[in-house]
Ligand binder design. Structure first.
Ligand code: HEC
Ligand code: HEC
Ligand code: HEC
Ligand code: HEC
Ligand code: HEC
Length: 289
């Protein structure tokens, strides 16, 4: 009898622990845990915009850099074992869902990235790219996984299944919770800036946010990343940047003064004097890198 009670207590103790310690063992399990495809049904426009963004291809667009880190940097330059901690040094920003992958799956994903770059077999490369294409900065990367990190001390960890937004909105379709993080520049800066891994290593993939705070905000610049990259001109979830001519033009002030003149050096030579002024109007250094 005593034994039975003990068993029952153990099951109760184990259940909640299991519910929260859920980790994925395959890419498909991971994608299902953070399934963005169902958002498309009810938010078709946002989904379509996001699909055009670099957030939607944040792994396949950066394969080469990651391949070098996983195949050369970690094992050869630093002589370290490829572990989930190492893998997350890139993927915590490029595909935040990988945080919820098992140790084995995280390492497998890194090996797939290396193989996708190295294989000479065209069909195999396409197959790998298709799988890796399922990993990205998706809807739930921002509206759940990374939504509270800039204020974790106050807000805790995100709850699975809850959609965080900056508005007071109640949805009949899913649990929504308003938080004051998503409309802040710091929310973007957690990925668009220097990164400190749990083991203390600093990763400098891009440093744009440093220049936003040091050269723009400190001189009185008042617009947020969201103002310029989402709200302005209804850019929404397309997040245009350096690959988009329209916003690139906006970032560069161009003034030209053209004067027609004639020089008389022996004979009349028509010339033009052109004065050009270039000015950076973006909220940070450009280009980034
Ligand atoms: C069955 C329909 C449905 C599905 C599926 C759905 N949503 Fe929603 N969502 C809504 C409705 C309705 C609202 C209420 C506000 C509105 O009408 O936009 C809402 C609100 C939101 C908001 C807050 C909007 C705001 O103005 O702040 C966010 C963010 C959001 N959803 C994201 C998502 C994400 C991410 C997914 C996929 C994981 C998703 N939704 C799936 C119907 C849906
Ligand atoms: C702090 C979050 C973060 C971490 C960690 C991170 N990245 Fe990035 N990475 C970004 C962001 C944000 C961009 C886009 C920067 C831009 O366009 O200004 C980017 C861009 C890139 C690009 C350029 C893509 C292009 O358009 O050419 C490559 C390649 C890349 N990252 C590789 C890596 C590798 C390899 C690692 C691991 C060593 C890594 N990143 C770690 C956030 C991160
Ligand atoms: C890179 C981060 C990021 C990604 C990825 C992302 N969102 Fe958002 N989303 C935001 C931010 C930031 C806001 C606006 C916050 C503000 O300024 O009020 C927002 C606003 C919204 C809103 C409110 C209404 C609107 O149109 O602005 C909805 C609905 C929404 N997101 C749904 C989605 C869905 C669905 C996806 C995936 C297709 C998605 N988001 C992907 C960051 C993101
Ligand atoms: C989870 C991490 C993450 C968050 C949060 C995030 N981004 Fe990104 N963003 C990335 C990565 C990674 C890339 C680069 C993808 C690649 O090319 O590999 C990127 C790309 C971009 C680009 C395109 C850059 C180019 O070269 O065209 C813009 C613009 C951008 N992000 C703006 C924002 C803004 C604004 C926010 C805040 C609302 C934000 N991002 C939040 C990770 C993030
Ligand atoms: C005052 C408006 C403004 C603000 C504020 C702003 N940006 Fe930009 N951003 C721009 C413009 C304009 C460009 C295009 C210029 C270019 O890339 O040549 C740009 C380009 C970018 C790029 C692409 C850089 C590249 O070289 O590919 C990224 C990524 C980006 N911004 C992210 C952010 C993030 C993150 C924040 C907040 C920390 C932010 N921006 C704040 C206007 C702004």
């Amino acid at each position: 009898m005593k034994k039975r009670i003990l068993m029952v207590t153990m099951v109760f103790l184990l259940l909640p622990a299991l519910a929260y310690a859920k980790v994925a063992n395959t890419i498909d399990e991971l994608v299902q845990m953070y399934d963005d495809s169902k958002c498309k049904e009810c938010h078709p426009q946002v989904y379509e915009e996001w699909q055009q963004s670099y957030h939607a291809k944040a792994v396949v667009n950066s394969l080469k850099g990651m391949r070098n880190f996983y195949a050369i940097g970690v094992p050869k330059e630093w002589e370290r074992k490829l572990t989930k901690t190492e893998v997350l040094k890139c993927l915590d920003c490029h595909a935040p869902a990988v945080r919820y992958a098992s140790e084995e799956l995280a390492v497998k994903i890194a090996k797939m990235i290396v193989e996708a770059k190295d294989t000479k077999d065209e069909a195999r490369r396409e197959e790998l790219k298709k799988e890796l294409g399922k990993l990205n900065v998706g809807c739930l990367s921002c509206h759940n996984i990374k939504a509270l990190s800039i204020s974790r001390g106050l807000l805790g960890d995100p709850e699975p299944g809850t959609i965080y937004t900056s508005h007071m909105i109640i949805s009949p379709a899913h649990k929504t919770e308003p938080v004051n993080t998503l409309d802040k520049s710091l929310f973007c800066a957690q990925c668009h800036g220097r990164y400190t891994a749990p083991d203390g290593e600093q990763i400098m993939c891009n440093t744009l946010s440093g220049s936003y705070y040091n050269n723009y905000v400190s001189r009185g610049g008042a617009e947020t990343c969201q103002d310029c990259h989402m709200k302005k001109k209804n850019r929404g979830h397309r997040f245009p940047g350096g690959h988009d001519l329209e916003i690139v033009k906006e970032g560069i002030g161009f003034e030209a003064e053209i004067q027609g003149v004639r020089h008389t050096v022996g004979k009349w030579i028509p010339r033009a004097i052109i004065r050009v002024a270039l000015e950076n109007k973006a909220g940070h250094r450009i280009p980034d890198g």
